[in-house]
Design a protein around this ligand. Structure first.
Ligand SMILES: NC(=O)c1ccc[n+]([C@@H]2O[C@H](COP(=O)([O-])OP(=O)(O)OC[C@H]3O[C@@H](n4cnc5c(N)ncnc54)[C@H](O)[C@@H]3O)[C@@H](O)[C@H]2O)c1
Length: 295
């Protein structure tokens, strides 16, 4: 079946990004969330991102308008009846995702492929929420979706070769590179990155260098576009902590033990850019070092 219309469930950070790259690739997109204002927020984020691309002369104003016109707003999962492919990017919560997939399974034709963009819930356990376990697969996009080239393709225990093939082709049509990864905790990238970040925290707590100098060293010495603390602030310290928790629970390996200093930051309510303060202070509108933390 030719895929023409993709439904994206969840219009938050990831759902908006996935909707944007899908629409830019020429697909019609049904962008779904639970409330009009949340869909509008996702839609406005896409419009703003495209506007930025127009300013940089990466797309024309006409392309931007055509792209936005391919996106239909939705607050009802029943709209999935008009979709050829479903990508779920709702809250990272098994019960939330289960309710979504159960509903979709009951209304969508049996040949439709269901994708989850989960970061930490095993694909094989999410697949148990539907009858079509052979048509259930993980696509793990990275943030910001329009910029990050990689998508991890995660087949569950019962995903069929045909589902893997169609999903990899779809990712390629979104101009993404793919890697096929087993359904293991943290998948591939987050697992490797957590081991690296664990060492970053060891260095911080041993006083090997200041937080700012660790960021500087990783950027200039390893050629990372952002330092680990800046990145953690951008993604959310709570999200980063959850990655450690998932890996520690999954592997029982000490190297993934959630750093206590991250736990303390989350307990204090400083979660990064989204709360104004994290490893750095953003309250002035600029990134400033913090002097008030007893690390
Ligand atoms: N943030 C990241 O960097 C990142 C990277 C890869 C994967 N993910 C995964 O992507 C998913 C979404 O993450 P996010 O960062 O976009 O979260 P987010 O909180 O920005 O967005 C989630 C959206 O889902 C919506 N939602 C909740 N329940 C819903 C329902 N029943 N039906 C429709 N929409 C519903 C929420 O209203 C919200 O707008 C999660 O599974 C997360 O683990 C996140």
């Amino acid at each position: 079946m030719a895929i023409k219309t993709i439904m994206v469930v969840g219009a938050g950070l990831m759902g908006a990004g996935i909707s944007q790259v899908s629409a830019q690739a020429g697909y019609r997109v049904i962008m779904n969330d639970v409330k009009d204002e949340l869909v509008d927020k996702g839609f406005n984020a896409i419009a703003k991102s495209l506007e930025g691309q127009v300013k940089k002369e990466k797309v024309t104003a006409a392309d931007k308008d055509a792209c936005l016109a391919r996106i239909t707003k939705s607050v009802s999962l029943d709209d999935a009846q008009r979709a050829d492919f479903i990508i779920e990017a709702a809250f990272e919560n098994f019960a939330v995702k289960k309710a979504i997939f159960e509903k979709l399974d009951s209304i969508c034709p049996p040949e439709l492929i269901f994708v989850s963009n989960t970061s930490s819930i095993p694909i094989s356990s999410l697949a148990t929420t539907v009858k079509r376990q052979d048509k259930f697969i993980g696509m793990h996009f990275f943030s910001p979706v329009p910029i990050m080239k990689l998508v991890e393709i995660i087949p569950g225990l019962k995903t069929s070769p045909e589902t893997i093939k169609v999903t990899e082709e779809l990712a390629a049509s979104l101009k993404k590179e793919t890697v096929r990864v087993k359904d293991v905790p943290g998948f591939l990238v987050n697992r490797i990155n957590a081991a690296f970040r664990a060492e970053v925290f060891n260095c911080l707590l041993e006083g090997v260098a200041t937080l700012e100098d660790i960021d500087k060293a990783v950027k200039l010495g390893l050629n990372h576009p952002m330092g680990p603390f800046e990145l953690n602030d951008a993604v959310g310290i709570d999200i980063g902590l959850n990655v450690f928790r998932t890996l520690y629970e999954g592997y029982k390996d000490q190297k993934f033990r959630p750093p206590l200093v991250m736990e303390k930051m989350v307990q204090s309510g400083d979660l990064g850019k989204k709360t104004g303060k994290g490893w750095y202070d953003y309250t002035s509108g600029e990134k400033k070092p913090r002097k008030d933390l007893n690390l």
